[in-house]
Design a protein around this ligand. Structure first.
Ligand code: PEP
Ligand code: MN
Length: 298
């Protein structure tokens, strides 16, 4: 059920309510463009924005493992340039025996890094109970692929004022993704960045199938910014740079790339992590591409 406040917002935008049997269906389309050049710019900080002229580059390890690990990677990534540092502290793992994240300790590490390096931080929130603590420490709340249709969680982050990185579910259509964004926006939080991270397919040589067409597809219908995560989409360091470049060429508002200083020792997603040097080379290419497309790197 939408709250009374949400219903008010939906009506305020002039969307219709239609009657289907005894159920009222709210045809809410807060995520839909109202004019062809309608764009939302989401701000993580004064310097880090997404959806305007500047590309948002989010980089960092899959998981926060220790303060030393985060210090090392932040120092390497800040000049790259990375506008926002990522690192999971609540990890959605396929196996319950795999590393589940440092939880509260991880949030404290992120806060220390943020103070020391002046970089906004992005981390995943997996349940309604975690929203308050994650929102108190992070500058952007990530909703992972596995939770894209956890509607109670979407409603909860919709009650915060924090920017949200909403990742596409692994078997979600573009419409499903936009409707999930709608849940967050209906609660009053319009700061949503969508993230294409590939969908499941029959192809076995890549982790997922990257749907790059979703970028112009979404941008044709929504005013929300869209970024691409070639790391989880391909799962392969050799494919990440070409797909990150292709994402910028497809009109993405940024990229989200996993980077680790020592991938062999990573506690999650090591095999897909780029080394900081490989990330640097990629950023040089992205900078040139951005100029070609009248965008820039901060
Ligand atoms: C992640 O960003 O580390 C992650 C788990 O991503 P996804 O939800 O896209 O699988
Ligand atoms: Mn990961």
């Amino acid at each position: 059920m939408h709250t009374a406040r949400a219903q008010q917002r939906i009506r305020a935008f002039g969307f219709t309510e239609s009657q289907k049997g005894s159920t009222t269906v709210l045809e809410a389309r807060l995520a839909t463009k109202r004019t062809p050049d309608h764009k939302t710019v989401v701000a993580l900080s004064e310097q880090a924005t997404c959806g305007g002229k500047e590309l948002l580059i989010i980089g960092g390890p899959c998981s926060v493992e220790s303060l030393e690990q985060m210090e090392e990677v932040a120092a390497k990534l800040a000049p790259a340039p990375v506008q926002a540092l990522r690192g999971g502290v609540h990890k959605p793992r396929t196996s319950p025996y795999s590393f589940q994240g440092l939880g509260k300790e991880g949030l404290e590490i992120l806060e220390t890094i943020k103070k020391g390096h002046g970089m906004p931080v992005v981390t995943e929130v997996m349940s309604c109970e975690q929203v308050e603590s994650v929102a108190a420490s992070a500058d952007m709340l990530q909703i992972g692929s596995r939770n894209m249709q956890n509607f109670e969680l979407l409603k909860e982050v919709g009650q915060t004022k924090k920017p949200v990185l909403l990742k596409r579910g692994m078997s979600a259509t573009v419409k499903d993704l936009l409707m999930s964004a709608e849940y967050i926006m209906a609660g009053g939080n319009g700061q949503v960045v969508l993230c294409e991270r590939g969908v499941r397919s029959f192809e076995e040589s890549t982790r997922n199938m990257l749907d790059l067409a979703s970028v112009p597809n979404i941008k044709g219908q929504s005013h929300l910014p869209v970024i691409v995560d070639p790391s989880h989409a391909t799962g392969r360091p050799d494919l990440i740079p070409p797909m990150a470049r292709a994402a910028v060429a497809a009109g993405a508002d940024g990229v989200h790339v996993e980077v680790h200083c020592c991938p062999e020792e990573a506690l999650s997603d090591g095999p897909q992590a780029l080394l900081p040097d490989q990330f640097d080379v990629l950023m040089r290419d992205i900078k040139k591409l951005a100029e070609f497309f009248h965008k820039k790197l901060a």
